[in-house]
Design a binder for this molecule. Structure first.
Ligand SMILES: NC(=O)c1ccc[n+]([C@@H]2O[C@H](COP(=O)([O-])OP(=O)(O)OC[C@H]3O[C@@H](n4cnc5c(N)ncnc54)[C@H](OP(=O)(O)O)[C@@H]3O)[C@@H](O)[C@H]2O)c1
Length: 240
C-alpha cells in the first residue's frame, strides 16, 4: 500500500517521535494532521513537514477537545498515538497513588479516549499505531509506574486488534530516544544518562526519533501487520 494521499492524524505530532513521523509521512505524500496542546509548537512543527500538513490544538485527556478536533478533520485513514507520558518514576515505595493515577490519565486514558473519538471517522480497514515504552518490556528499578501504564496500553492494543478488525492496531515500544521530552533535565545529567545507556546497548547508541518514525510508517503501510508489538530499543531486551 502506498501512503500517498492517506489522511493520518498524529496525536503528539508536534515534538520528538510524533514529529519525526509527521515529517516522514509528509515526505511520502500523506496528508498529515498534527495534534498537541501548544499552538506555537504546532505551527513550528507544521512548517517542518513537506507536503500537506495541518496543526490542530487539542488535549487528548479532554473528550470535548478531542471531539472538536475530530469534527474539524472529518475522515481519517490512520491514527498515530505518540503523546503524553506522566511522571510516575522513582522507587516503588515513593510513587504515590495520585502520581500513578495522573500517569494513567496522561497516557493510557488519553490513548483510549483518542481512539474512541477517532473511531467513527477512521477507515474501517485503516490502522492505529500506539507508542508505548521499553520500561514495560525490560525490568528496571524505578520504572514500575511506567511499566504499568505502557504494559496496559500494549495489552489493550492487542485485544483491540481483534475486536476492531479489520482495523489494524499495532504497537511500537521505543527504548531511550533523544527527544525534547528530556529538555527539562540538567544538560550534564542528560548527557551522562544517554552515554551510559548507549554503552549498555548492543547497538552502541541510543535511539533517534527517525528510527521510530520508520517503524511507524512500516506498520501503517504493511497491511499484513496487526497485533504487532515491535520492540525498537537498541537491544535493551536481550538477556545478558
Ligand atoms: N523519549 C523517550 O526516550 C521515550 C521512550 C519510551 C517511550 N516514550 C514515549 O513515546 C511517546 C513520545 O515521546 P517523545 O519523547 O517523542 O515526547 P515529546 O518529544 O515530549 O513529545 C510529546 C508530544 O505529545 C504532545 N502531548 C503531550 N501531552 C499531550 C496531551 N495531553 N494532549 C495532546 N498532546 C499532548 C506534546 O505536545 P504539547 O506538549 O504541546 O501538548 C508533544 O507533541 C510518549 O508517549 C513517551 O512516553 C518516549
Amino acid at each position: 500500500m502506498t501512503i500517498a494521499q492517506q489522511r493520518v492524524l498524529i496525536i503528539g505530532g508536534s515534538s520528538g517521535m510524533g514529529l519525526a513521523t509527521a515529517q516522514r509521512l509528509g515526505q511520502a505524500g500523506a496528508e498529515v494532521f498534527i495534534a498537541g496542546r501548544d499552538q506555537s509548537r504546532l505551527e513550528a512543527a507544521v512548517r517542518t513537514v513537506q507536503g500537506k500538513a495541518v496543526g490542530i490544538a487539542a488535549d487528548f485527556t479532554d473528550p470535548a477537545s478531542l471531539a472538536a478536533m475530530i469534527g474539524r478533520i472529518g475522515r481519517l485513514d490512520h491514527l498515530v498515538l505518540a503523546a503524553g507520558g506522566g511522571a510516575a518514576w522513582g522507587p516503588f515505595a515513593q510513587v504515590t497513588a495520585d502520581a500513578l493515577r495522573r500517569a494513567f490519565e496522561l497516557k493510557l486514558l488519553g490513548y483510549w479516549q483518542s481512539l474512541q473519538a477517532a473511531l467513527p471517522v477512521l477507515r474501517k480497514d485503516g490502522s492505529v499505531v500506539m507508542l508505548t515504552g521499553a520500561a514495560s518490556r525490560v525490568a528496571m528499578n524505578g520504572t514500575a509506574g511506567l511499566a504499568a501504564v505502557n504494559g496496559g496500553i500494549t495489552q489493550m492494543a492487542q485485544t483491540l486488534a481483534r475486536e476492531l478488525a479489520p482495523l489494524r492496531v499495532n504497537v511500537v515500544s521505543p527504548g531511550l530516544v533523544d527527544t525534547p521530552a528530556y529538555d527539562g533535565m540538567p544538560a550534564e545529567a542528560k548527557a551522562g544518562m544517554f552515554a551510559a545507556a548507549a554503552r549498555s546497548l548492543p547497538v552502541g547508541r541510543t535511539g533517534r526519533s527517525e528510527d521510530i518514525a520508520a517503524a511507524v510508517e512500516m506498520l501503517i503501510a504493511n497491511t499484513f501487520a496487526t497485533g504487532v508489538l515491535l520492540d525498537l530499543d537498541g537491544g535493551a531486551r536481550m538477556p545478558l
